[in-house]
Design a protein around this ligand. Sequence first.
Ligand SMILES: *Cc1c(COP(=O)(O)O)cnc(C)c1O
Length: 344
Amino acid sequence: MKTLQELTRKNIWELAPYSCARNEFSGRNAKVYLDANENPYHAPFNRYPDPLQLALKDKLSKIKGVPAENIFLGNGSDEAIDLMYRIFTEPKVNNVVAIEPTYGMYKVCADINDVEYRPVCLEEGFQLNAEKLLAATDANTKLVWICSPNNPTGNALNRDEMSKVINGFDGIVIIDEAYSDFSTQVPFRSEIARHPNLVVLNTMSKAWGCAALRLGMAFASKDIIELMNKVKYPYNINLLAQQQAMEILNDPYEVDKWARLILQERTRVMDSFRLLDFTKKIYHTDANFFLVEVDDAQRIYDYLVSQGIIVRNRNRVTMCGNCLRITIGSKTENSELLAALRAL
Ligand SMILES: *Cc1c(COP(=O)(O)O)cnc(C)c1O
């Protein structure tokens, strides 16, 4: 790996971050706060929230098995994705390499930041070939994007191939594990201590049932986390999100229960899809959704819309011609979907 200083944009490496009132005062025992021009009335919303979300990170640390100093919290994973570009890539100069097909935000953020995006198609069965991915990198490649279990394909990528990418690339490798709670694969967040160039993304939006909170996580070396903290907006996670996240984290068994139910339902829905005559192929999944190839994705998508049921039409995505992506809902929702399709 190149040194972190070599990988980081010069202006970011040299950036003196905004120092907010609550950063400067990090003690916990003051009784009068007259430092931030807040209104003394309307507690608790009158006060700025903790800029580093320490209480929340402490709780997450225990659940995720990652030290708090190795955790960044963002306004959704999307903030962490964008920060990777803003910290490491020079617009119009650097490029990034990503698996294809995958989550759309990696490319959108590349375009916003005016950074060249190099998609590399997955193999048969949507599997990763490390050598092929690495062959697309050059001296100007700063980031490599991997997503496992992958969206929209659903499958977990081969772990050895992902390790080869981490070991074989001298820049930053990001592995997005938004769906790891649904997978039996050992997550990569446990490996950040061994790989200073690895950033792992998690989110509260899927298994944890908190998409509305907008809370995403990055796990990485302390040095990378410090760069992210330096560049983020000072108070990027609002108080309500921090409080609600603490509450759901107090109830991890509820989350396990949801995940088990969703996986049971996934089996039922996929089994039913196999019996529908327009189904051509159902892809293996390790997530809370699956990808299905049908005879005419647009026809089935439009029909479902007319029935008030929305799935994701992935027909235009590379390697996903005539594919629909189906999220596993509640038992009732899934039954409604299946009933509508059987009536088609
Ligand atoms: C849904 C999803 C996310 C979540 O993004 P948030 O901004 O945290 O809601 C991240 N990555 C992938 C691949 C996803 O599918």
